[in-house]
Design a protein around this ligand. Sequence first.
Ligand SMILES: O=P(O)(O)OC[C@H]1O[C@H](OP(=O)(O)OP(=O)(O)O)[C@H](O)[C@@H]1O
Ligand SMILES: O=c1cc[nH]c(=O)[nH]1
Ligand SMILES: [Mg+2]
Length: 210
Amino acid sequence: MTEHLTVVDHPLVQHKLTIMRQRDTSTASFRQLLREISQLLAYEITRELPMTRRTIETPLMEMEAPVLAGKKLALISILRAGNGLLDGVLELIPSARVGFIGLYRDKTTLQPVQYYFKVPDSLEDRLVIAVDPMLATGNSSAAAVDLLKQAGATNIRFLCLLAAPEGVARMREAHPDVPIVTAALDARLNEKGYIVPGLGDAGDRMFGTK
Ligand SMILES: O=P(O)(O)OC[C@H]1O[C@H](OP(=O)(O)OP(=O)(O)O)[C@H](O)[C@@H]1O
Ligand SMILES: O=c1cc[nH]c(=O)[nH]1
Ligand SMILES: [Mg+2]
């Protein structure tokens, strides 16, 4: 991918996102819509995956058919809200390897606090797609990408649902080599570091917590 930021403006994505944003959308609908959108976003973020050809036999004849090239890609969920994107993407790419980075954002400092890290081996040979629905200050995603690079990853993409300009700028500065794919770029952060207009706290809306 050459663009640093790609906003997927497909009508289905935008319609589903509008329902997710609404205050009275239920936890069950929120989760289902996130799963659906995640697959449409995954389609975009995997658009330029390298391909190779393999000889196969159809019922009629042999052919050289296209298949994905290289090692299986790695999906990295930034816990816990990342799991809402992970499920859908994994349905589309069932052979992907999966890793988890546990981070939560301290409510006052807005700095990420790490509590878990487990990723697949040979990250240096894989396309790594980190998923987290919200890119707000960008502190969490920048820290997650730092950890992935420390673990050897060199080809990383970041998939989110909503981004704030502040978070995109933070990522561009810290990790200019990491393309971002999102469903929307919102206006700004509010004084508590929430994306506005946004959709609230993605993890809470997904899991019914407060
Ligand atoms: O860009 P930032 O300002 O760092 O904010 C974004 C982070 O905040 C949310 O996670 P949260 O800390 O609420 O944890 P959760 O997923 O467990 O709810 C979200 O899922 C991101 O990880
Ligand atoms: O608006 C925001 C900002 C950070 N995390 C969220 O879940 N929502
Ligand atoms: Mg949260």
